[in-house]
Ligand binder design. Sequence first.
Ligand SMILES: Nc1ncnc2c1ncn2[C@@H]1O[C@H](COP(=O)(O)OP(=O)(O)O)[C@@H](O)[C@H]1O
Ligand SMILES: Cc1ncc(COP(=O)(O)O)c(N)n1
Length: 269
Amino acid sequence: MSSVARALTIAGSDSGGGAGIQADLKTFQELRVFGMSALTAVTAQNTLGVTGIYELESEAVATQIDAVATDIGVDAVKTGMIANIQIMKTIAAKIEEHSIPNLVIDPVMIAKSGDSLLNSDARLALKKYLIPLATVVTPNLPEAEVLTGLTLDSLDSRKQAARLIVSMGARSVVIKGGHLAGEAAEDLFYDGNEFSILSAPRIETPHTHGTGCTFSAAITAHLAKGTSLPAAVQQAKTFITAAISHPLHLGKGHGPTNHWAHRLQEGKS
Ligand SMILES: Nc1ncnc2c1ncn2[C@@H]1O[C@H](COP(=O)(O)OP(=O)(O)O)[C@@H](O)[C@H]1O
Ligand SMILES: Cc1ncc(COP(=O)(O)O)c(N)n1
């Protein structure tokens, strides 16, 4: 590892700045990790929804990954919006070619606005190409249902889904609970041996655009710094809870989270 931890995000650009590459790089910076990016797609997006999606050629994704991996080096990588199956295959091949460690797969499928960010024919292909390489997979509830084919209406069913995702070859999984009802925002972490619940008070707010991106980027940043996996997911939970707790009230719809909120809580600002 170099003197500075280095993290790469392979994801889509969110012009609105709350999700995608922008959320990832802000999170890396806040956690003092050097952030790099390989764009898969450009989205025209704000707090009200997605008004345009422009996918890149898979060759453009490959050359971005080659450029950073062969020179600067990568201590951890995350994937977000992948757009299509050609890009997915390219990402898997490049991660293996460059032996990039610490892979966080956020299996982004549909934006909170309802817009599709991964072609439906590519959703199940995640199981073949990327999940077997993952250090940790971070589906939200609908994504975990697509990956496993299960209806996740109880803790037991979520545990079963977690076991299934690990049986696909991932080292671990966090099934996020942002879409659950209830007073706590509870995520289920399974390390292949034991289950644990990451719990925080549920905050009543419409400003949850990019929560999943920010959470998985924080895991990636901590892994890049050499933090153990259980500590990385716990510290990422603390980071996203702070970011949701101090909204910026931007836009007319589902606004972004506040990536510097952890500083307010730690009295650093
Ligand atoms: N209203 C909320 N209050 C507190 N935590 C939340 C809230 N909404 C989401 N979270 C947390 O944010 C993280 C991202 O979860 P989620 O919103 O389910 O992801 P996604 O953006 O992929 O749908 C999880 O740790 C989840 O528990
Ligand atoms: C480029 C990009 N990547 C990911 C998301 C998912 O974020 P959310 O589910 O909060 O809309 C998004 N909206 N845009």
